[in-house]
Design a protein around this ligand. Structure first.
Ligand SMILES: Nc1ncnc2c1ncn2[C@@H]1O[C@H](COP(=O)(O)OP(=O)(O)O)[C@@H](O)[C@H]1O
Ligand SMILES: [Mg+2]
Length: 262
């Protein structure tokens, strides 16, 4: 797969953490450039498009040489203002966005939380649990077994036989989170998924993220909620305008980020 090298061998070349944990993800000088067609402007007063004259390929340099290593059992918060490159970095980790320079090495394929693409709004919540479960690699029998827990976690008992399109966005988000989090992921990426639910759901989601991490997973959590980050993460990286601004103790990085926004 472009942009993601799934290999344990390569990772052996990298040093373990100070307390002896193995690196599971190595991000090595990653650059991502998007090529975007700049929209044409209308000629004033004419409504005619100046597209042909002003159109051109623009390059957005979204990540500019980001490097870090993630170890087993880490829960890494990813913070930064809008447009700083957090989602781009997460997509590079799962191999969806190939780096234009540099590389990502991972011990196993990271999963992005969100089975959204696999779900079908016309189908019931029930059927979507089956679809999402299959997309995560579960067999039918396993999904049948997980079903009740997923429904309970999503708090959708009364609605599970209704088409998903009738759900509010919060209900849909809960269902997606519940499906994705039913699996013990080795490397899990959660990009802004906690922003939608109410406080109780957020707390249970955070607890589930901690559980995944305790069971030897590595979790990346992108969030604008500094509370979620502080409650959940053992380490925080701050991405600013495409560069790694700071990487360290959650309290210190969050404080520095907050200071920068005053
Ligand atoms: N698919 C894309 N095509 C073109 N530009 C993109 C695309 N995705 C993101 N960008 C641009 O890359 C930069 C980083 O975006 P993103 O990674 O979404 O930041 P964040 O998640 O931190 O808000 C922004 O300037 C954004 O406009
Ligand atoms: Mg984003």
């Amino acid at each position: 797969m472009a942009g993601l090298t799934e290999t344990g061998d390569k990772l052996n070349e990298f040093m373990p953490s100070e307390d002896g944990r193995k690196p599971v993800v190595v991000v090595d000088n990653v650059h991502v450039e998007y090529r975007v067609h700049a929209a044409g402007r209308k000629a004033p007063g004419t409504g005619r498009s100046l597209l042909n004259r002003t159109r051109g390929l623009r390059t957005v340099h979204a990540l500019k040489g980001v490097s870090f290593m993630a170890y087993e059992n880490e829960s890494i918060g990813v913070i930064g203002s809008n447009g700083s490159g957090k989602s781009t970095l997460m997509r590079a980790l799962v191999g969806l966005t190939p780096p234009s320079q540099g590389a990502v090495y991972a011990a196993s394929r990271p999963n992005m939380l969100g089975v959204g693409a696999a779900l079908i709004p016309e189908l019931s919540g029930e059927k979507n649990i089956m679809l999402g479960g299959l997309a995560l690699g579960f067999g039918k029998a396993e999904i049948d077994e997980l079903r009740d827990d997923i429904v309970a976690f999503a708090e959708l008992e009364e609605f599970i036989d209704l088409p998903m399109r009738t759900y509010s966005s919060g209900m849909q988000a809960r269902l997606k989170f519940a499906i994705a989090a039913s699996k013990q992921h080795e490397i899990l990426i959660v990009d802004e998924a906690l922003a939608v639910g109410d406080q109780r759901f957020r707390q249970r989601s955070e607890a589930r993220i901690r559980e995944i991490r305790e069971n030897a997973g590595t979790v990346f959590l992108v969030s604008h909620s500094m509370k979620s980050i502080l409650d959940t993460c053992s380490r925080v990286i701050w991405i600013n305008k495409g560069v790694l601004q700071m990487d360290g103790e959650p309290k210190e990085v969050v404080a520095a980020y907050r200071d920068s926004r005053k």
